[in-house]
Design a protein around this ligand. Structure first.
Ligand SMILES: [Zn+2]
Length: 392
């Protein structure tokens, strides 16, 4: 069950494979939450299926059965890893479940794509297939964090691929990859999902469910159903119904990517984010230069979202200045009872201040470990000062 917006890309892959014009490597590029990993998994299943049909895998062969357990002897996934994870061989593994849901590393350790991991790929692809299918597949997930060393380690495999092998590389952007890698693969760029389709996905109750991986030994699926129910009960965001305004806000704050927007709706941070904008409007209208209410609301947001929220808000103000209608600007539209009035107030902010804040936010985003955690709060205070100066 591939997400509907991924179907055209899957169809392209199937057509290329059936016509014998599939190269040995495909790079899937798209922002997080568009489903690049899920697409790679579906492509791998089709490639390895023993009896592939015109539009999809057979679903019943030994190979397809292995995919149901997210564990296939001819498919390995290269993940970014911390030093600990690499020591435990979690960097290159048969376990595909991390493509669908992967928890954050514990502690302060950061994940990277390791040179050693890349070396293991070549060895694996040179082995003969175990399940007797078309060959071997490797999925490289998180390729955007590949540095030059790791890219060079995999380059030879790209240049001289072993026969009957397929490498699927998933990256957030093509720019982050070396030209030598890019030039040797077919590139599949995932476009924005049309708003209607994305909203339809988010508003369908059947999709409003955190990802739960079904365990291999769970024969009748009863454990899965129970875990899914428990996971739902733990979602703060489901305490309130997921309405069209919430869905629009979540899409705006997640580059229109449906899967990350859904994660936001489930954990309820969309409600916290819009509360910050509401507090900001109140502070501006009340002439409150210190904005303690805004700061409090802001502290409730996860760090990366603090910057993203303001970037998105600035973008909406700039769009409004460029005569985009309020109905197209979710944060402004839902921040108060009177969207036109909200927009009119925000629009009096000078472009200088907006661009200046945008630059600062971009700077913060690019250098997360170097910037003190309080930086977004400092921006809010500077902003409110600017507002009161501009509005005076
Ligand atoms: Zn099959």
């Amino acid at each position: 069950m591939l997400h509907p917006w991924l179907e055209p890309y899957f169809a392209q892959f199937v057509a290329a494979l059936r016509q014998g014009r599939l190269p040995n490597s495909v790079i899937i590029s798209g922002v997080e939450g568009l489903g690049g990993n899920e697409l790679a998994l579906a492509m791998a299943q089709y490639y390895l299926c023993h009896d592939p049909k015109e539009h999809g895998p057979c679903g019943v062969c030994r190979s397809c059965a292995a995919f149901k357990r997210l564990m296939h002897q001819d498919l390995k996934v290269a993940y970014t890893s911390t030093a600990d994870e690499a020591d435990n061989e979690l960097d290159f593994t048969y376990d595909c479940s991390g493509l669908i849901a992967r928890s954050e590393p514990t502690g302060a350790s950061r994940r990277t794509m390791r040179i050693d991991t890349m070396r293991k790929i070549t060895d694996f692809l040179n082995e003969s297939p175990v399940l007797g299918g078309r060959g071997k597949v490797v999925i490289i997930s998180g390729a955007e964090s590949m540095l030059v060393g790791a890219a060079n380690a995999i380059l030879k495999t790209f240049e001289e691929p072993s026969p009957n092998s397929l490498i699927l590389m998933v990256t957030k952007s093509l720019e982050s990859l070396l030209p030598t890698i890019l030039s040797r693969a077919t590139k599949m760029v995932l476009r924005d999902v049309p708003t209607d389709q994305a909203l339809g996905y988010l508003l369908n109750p059947a999709n409003q469910q955190p990802v739960v991986i079904r365990r291999v030994d769970d024969e009748d699926g009863s454990a899965y159903l129970q875990e899914a129910e428990e996971a739902r009960a733990k979602c703060p965001g489901l305490a309130q119904p997921i309405t069209p305004p919430r869905a629009e806000i979540a899409l705006a704050l997640n580059s229109s990517a449906p899967l990350s927007a859904m994660r936001m709706l489930l954990d309820g941070t969309d409600l916290k984010a819009i509360a910050v904008v509401q507090q900001l409007i109140n502070a501006i209208m009340g002439g409150d230069r210190f904005g303690n209410g805004v700061i409090q609301a802001l502290k409730d947001l996860p760090k990366p979202l603090q910057g993203r929220l303001f970037s998105e808000l600035i973008l909406e103000i700039l769009k409004y200045k460029a005569y985009v209608e309020v109905s197209q600007l979710p944060l402004i539209k839902y921040a108060g009872p009177n969207p036109e009035q909200t927009a009119q107030i925000l629009m009096r902010l000078q472009c200088d201040h907006l661009f200046d804040a945008m630059d600062k936010l971009r700077y913060i985003e690019d250098r997360p470990p170097l910037i003190p955690a309080r930086a977004p709060q400092a921006i809010v205070r500077a902003w409110l000062k600017a507002f009161s100066a501009d509005l005076a």
